[in-house]
Design a binder for this molecule. Structure first.
Ligand code: DGL
Length: 260
């Protein structure tokens, strides 16, 4: 068996990224850490997000992971530079898909829904500045959404009400692209489709992250060559393994509680 890909998020949201990675790289083993106990990261200070990211990274390295995917925009935008400088293993991060939105928009108005931690990071500011000249960007904190998803309330009236409150003002500004800048939010797409008209494209970064993971594994000759054993997937939650399991349809997934 090859070494696994390590993936972490502040909770269950990063399973949206795990799905894309597993689909593109079905032979790769994976270990996923859901740090639900410490969610939401988005309301924490940069230093706290950094320390939590270090903790998750060190555990994945103890588990012999060959590459780490930070399946969390908030952790990436606040900690990836530090992690890359301090650890040998390759890191893949996820950032709000501002560039594709800027290329796609016709109204020259783009909405971004993300956590406070992501929107206030200098990485997000720099990326936005780089790719959006001549484009108006409307930033909206999704305060409370991660908490609702972490309680399994994805399809609740409460979640829909909050989404309307956040998204309708951006629609009134005539955006035609809505960037989902948090890996929890793709689970809200069914609810969003009730709110967002057809001409507005909802954009997330999941597939791009999976493609980047593949490219980096290839570059470092780390792809699993040991085929035929069927891939193995371990999922750990430090709060609610049943909730984590409910976000996965994978039959061969082992989901357990782990104190980390
Ligand atoms: N999934 C995380 C992200 O992509 C959620 C952050 C949080 O826990 O607030 O930003």
């Amino acid at each position: 068996m090859g070494n696994p890909i390590g993936i972490f998020d502040s909770g269950v949201g990063g399973t949206s990224i795990w799905k894309e990675i597993h689909q593109l790289l079905p032979n790769e083993d994976t270990i996923y850490l859901a740090d639900s106990k410490n969610a939401p990261y988005g309301e924490r200070s940069k230093e706290e997000i950094l320390q939590l990211s270090i903790k998750n990274t060190q555990l994945l390295l103890q588990m012999d992971c060959k590459l780490i995917v930070m399946a969390c925009n908030t952790a990436t935008t606040n900690a990836i530079e530090h992690l890359r400088l301090n650890y040998q293993v390759p890191f893949i991060g996820i950032e709000p898909a501002i560039k594709p939105a800027a290329l796609h928009t016709k109204t020259k108005k783009v909405g971004v829904l993300a956590t406070k931690g992501t929107l206030s990071s200098s990485l997000f500011h720099n990326t936005t500045k780089l790719h959006t000249s001549g484009i108006e960007v409307f930033e909206q904190e999704g305060r409370g959404l991660v908490e609702l998803i972490e309680q399994g309330l994805v399809n609740s009236a409460q979640t829909e009400t909050l989404l309307r409150k956040y998204v309708e003002p951006m629609l009134n500004k005539n955006i035609d692209c809505l960037v989902l800048g948090c890996t929890h939010y793709p689970f809200l797409i069914p609810a969003l489709l009730k709110i967002v008209p057809k001409n507005v494209q909802i954009i997330d970064s999941g597939l791009a992250v999976a493609k980047q993971t593949k490219a980096v594994l290839e570059k470092h000759t780390l792809l699993n060559k040991n085929l035929g054993h069927g891939s193995k997937h371990l999922f750990y939650s430090n709060q609610n393994a049943d909730l984590l399991k409910s976000f996965l349809n994978a039959t061969n997934a082992e989901v357990d509680y782990l104190d980390f």
